[in-house]
Design a protein around this ligand. Structure first.
Ligand SMILES: [Zn+2]
Length: 282
């Protein structure tokens, strides 16, 4: 562990000091590096991934995943077929990165919207490939995470292979899970039929999310999968989608009582969010 990769001896929190990222450029939108002809995309593409020029990790790997060459596209506007291409790329990158000897855990994620720190609006996600299993993922996998068996009034979409529901102990006003009904450790283990249904459910979910407050919803999305090296029994793939908005343009902040205690006070009933999303799913 380098001096920039620090463990708090009391809380066990791991902190990466990434001061070099302070010098990242803030590009004007007219010079989007992800649009065709831009710095990162000289050639036409549907979806693509590449190494992040501004990696947050000193070890492992950091990549950018572009969902579309269209600057104004959203996850919802990709449609099921566009999302299916993203799923295939996520699976391919996970497999490739997990083959590297210095990589254990591949985190696929997205921040959408300035409210959650996205610096470029062009639709894209990221990958952080760690040489260890981060603490939260370790905790979820160690406890044999599996989908809520009875989401009841928190259920949003129930497919043949996947369900989307609002989390029971939701930390954020919008806290959703999309997970397969049966145990699948990795995206790469999903058959064509499963991938198609996952794409369809994600599409419906994101269309509904962008209608929830009649505005593009700022959100964070991440995927939990099995690590490459550390073995866990029954690692169960799942996708979480969370948003800090509790109303249009109204951000709910995680503040002192919550940061200090890791106990949360959510002003929104997950069943209410689920009911509203169900009514918006077409
Ligand atoms: Zn662009």
């Amino acid at each position: 562990m380098s001096d920039n990769d620090r463990l708090d001896p009391h809380s066990g929190a791991r902190v990466h000091i990434v001061a070099a990222r302070q010098h990242r450029p803030n590009l004007p939108s007219s010079e989007c590096p992800f649009c065709l002809g831009g710095l990162e995309s000289p050639e036409p593409y549907d979806v693509k991934s590449f190494e992040n020029r501004w990696p947050a990790l000193e070890t492992g790997a950091c990549e950018v995943v572009l969902y579309s060459s269209q600057h104004d596209a959203t996850f919802a506007s990709l449609g099921s077929s566009g999302i299916r291409k993203v799923i295939d790329l996520w699976a391919e990158r996970t497999t490739q990165l997990q083959q590297q000897s210095d990589i254990d855990y591949v985190l696929i994620f997205e921040n959408r919207g300035a409210e959650v720190g996205a610096t470029i609006s062009h639709p894209h996600g990221q990958i952080y490939a760690f040489d260890h299993v981060p603490r939260r993922q370790h905790s979820l996998l160690h406890s044999q995470w599996r989908p809520d068996p009875q989401p009841a009034d928190r259920l949003i979409i129930n497919g043949d292979h996947f369900a989307a529901y609002a989390q029971y102990a939701a930390i954020h006003p919008v806290s959703l899970v999309v997970a397969p009904h049966q145990q699948v450790p990795l995206l790469s283990n999903l058959s064509d039929g499963f991938r198609d249904e996952l794409a369809s459910i994600l599409h419906k979910t994101f269309v509904a999310l962008d209608q929830l407050f009649d505005a593009p919803l700022p959100y964070m999305m991440w995927i939990t999968q099995a690590p490459a090296k550390t073995q866990f029994e029954n690692a169960w793939l799942n996708i979480e989608i969370v948003s800090p908005w509790r109303a249009k343009g109204v951000q709910r902040y995680i503040a002192a009582a919550e940061v200090s205690t890791e106990e949360y006070f959510n002003p929104v009933d997950p069943a209410d969010i689920a009911q509203r999303l169900r009514s918006l799913v077409v």
